[in-house]
Design a protein around this ligand. Structure first.
Ligand SMILES: NC(=O)C1=CN([C@@H]2O[C@H](COP(=O)(O)OP(=O)(O)OC[C@H]3O[C@@H](n4cnc5c(N)ncnc54)[C@H](OP(=O)(O)O)[C@@H]3O)[C@@H](O)[C@H]2O)[C@@H](O)CC1
Ligand SMILES: [K+]
Length: 476
């Protein structure tokens, strides 16, 4: 499991460790890791031109100490001091001893334009709000150069705890982060500014819960249902799909396609698209009538392509088995009925649907995904999977939010969400709890999207087909 910790927890871990170590040890560990990463980016250090952007805090000090290491290996290092009077004195002295030179912020443009590498030490976890104007002006210049950009701890200007970006921020090729990932490094839009992320272990220990968790192959393999020798379809779980309409029969087919690959023992379909479903998947148990009249089901998926069938949504919410609500179902679901449920409920909105549920603009959700997903989970007293450029899954309360690491832009294709709802619903029927079903479903779905795309556009149907390949990848 990969984890990310809030600034508050990183600070607490830092205090605890610093109390037991001589002064400056942590910063030297950070600087050594940072310098090594910069050397990797440069390939050859000797003779290369490195510009450090140095703010007034310890983030700038890390940059200075790493710059000193690079200067000792023959790089030409120039430090741009944004706050010359408040620069970390020892770190500055170390850079000067190593032969580095300094310039004030006003003279940054010329060295920046000639740089091979820019090290962003403007601000780290101590930053709040967007960058100040002098720092923001430098960011604009970096954007015009060919230099590689390495961010220290975080790209300056992004919010460490939320992944929000207010105003301009540094766009890095690589972010070297210390002690733990910060939430912003894993959540868009900030994640996109971070480039690739390298974690330098400086010895911090975290007794409490993480803010974010990202499943890895081994975690998913552990959670995936495996049929036992004596399994029958009911023990493996039957998932009911109440989806599709005469206008959107395809949504039903795709949800069933996902459900068949999710590990349930059987898929039951209820709705007006039974013929289309059977034509494609003869193994489906199709019933006409309402969800209450269908046979035994261990979890329901309701909503994809459902049009205005509010009765089906209400009927499914009234059952005492786990329920996944997606697409039209989200609009039709009564909030109090969701809140009143005792069995697990998983809502799977994309940003537009989440915005409608929260009564805000879509951009607001996209700019603050973590906040939006937690807020929805509280309001609905349900687990919420927020789809998009970073898919997040949150249950009510303060526990860690799951962030999906396998997403790909290729999944932004019509019907892809229907496949995910079937897949995650199937995992619910197989006995996973809502947080696990949502995050394992998103993981497999993302991997399947990558597998199916392999660098070229895909349709949702291809993604469903590739889920088995993804499953094998994970359990291999
Ligand atoms: N945690 C650890 O274990 C370790 C942490 N380490 C390192 O320490 C870093 C944290 O250092 P930190 O606490 O000194 O804060 P930091 O990020 O440098 O920023 C504070 C300065 O920035 C300024 N400033 C604020 N907002 C701003 C803005 N929007 N735009 C521009 N400027 C802004 C603010 O100025 P002021 O408000 O005072 O004018 C203040 O002086 C951390 O990220 C990591 O790199 C490692 O060395 C080793 C172990
Ligand atoms: K930084």
């Amino acid at each position: 499991m990969r984890t990310a910790y809030s600034v508050e927890m990183v600070r607490a871990a830092e205090r605890e460790l610093m109390a037991r170590l001589p002064d400056g040890v942590l910063m030297q560990r950070a600087a050594a890791g940072l310098a090594a990463a910069c050397a990797d980016v440069l390939g050859r250090v000797y003779g290369r031109r490195v510009v450090l952007l140095v703010g007034s805090g310890d983030n700038g000090a890390d940059a200075l100490y790493a710059g000193a290491r690079l200067a000792r290996r023959g790089a030409g290092v120039t430090a741009v001091l944004l706050a010359p009077d408040r620069t970390h004195p020892e770190a500055l002295a170390a850079l000067r001893r190593a032969g580095g030179r300094t310039v004030p912020g006003a003279d940054a443009e010329e060295p920046l334009r000639r740089a091979d590498l820019v090290v962003d030490g403007i601000v780290g976890i101590g930053g709040t709000g967007g960058l100040r104007p002098d720092a923001a002006a430098l960011v604009d210049v970096i954007g015009e150069t060919r230099a590689a950009v390495v961010a220290v701890d975080l790209p300056s200007g992004v919010e460490a705890d939320t992944g929000e970006v207010h105003g301009s921020a540094v766009r890095a090729d690589l972010t070297v982060t210390f002690g733990a990932h910060k939430p912003g490094l894993l959540v868009d839009p900030a994640r996109e500014y971070a480039g690739s992320v390298r974690l330098v272990d400086i010895g911090l220990a975290f007794p409490g819960e993480a803010e974010l968790e990202a499943l890895q192959h081994a975690d998913v393999a552990r959670l995936l249902p495996v049929p036992a020798a004596e399994s029958d379809k009911y023990r493996r779980g039957v998932v009911g799909i109440a989806a599709g309409s005469s206008r959107y029969p395809g949504a039903a087919v795709l949800a069933v396609a996902g459900a068949l690959r999710g590990g349930a023992g059987a898929v039951r379909y209820v709705g007006p698209a039974g013929d289309a479903v059977l034509a494609r998947f003869p193994e489906t148990l199709v019933s006409t009538g309402t969800p209450e009249q269908a046979g035994r089901v261990q979890a329901w998926v309701v909503g994809p392509g459902a049009g205005d069938d509010a009765d089906a949504v209400a009927a499914v919410l009234g059952t005492d088995v786990p329920v996944l609500v997606d697409a039209d179902g989200l609009r039709l679901a009564d909030r109090d009925a969701v809140r009143a449920r005792r069995a697990p409920t998983l809502l799977t909105p994309h940003a537009g649907e989440a915005a409608a549920l929260l009564g805000v603009a879509r951009e607001e959700v996209e700019g603050a995904r973590l906040r939006a997903v937690r807020e929805l989970a509280e309001r609905y007293a349900a687990t919420v999977l927020l789809k998009g450029s970073t898919t997040l899954v949150a249950s009510p309360g303060d526990g860690p939010v799951r962030v999906n690491p396998t997403g790909t832009g290729w999944l932004a294709t019509a019907g892809s969400g229907d496949v995910l709802s079937g897949l995650a619903g199937s995992l619910l029927a197989a006995g996973l709890d809502a947080l696990d079903a949502g995050s394992v479903g998103a993981y497999l779905h993302g991997l399947a999207g990558r597998r199916a795309a392999d660098g070229a556009p895909v349709g949702a149907h291809d993604v469903a087909e590739a889920v088995r390949e993804a499953w094998r990848d994970v359990t291999d």
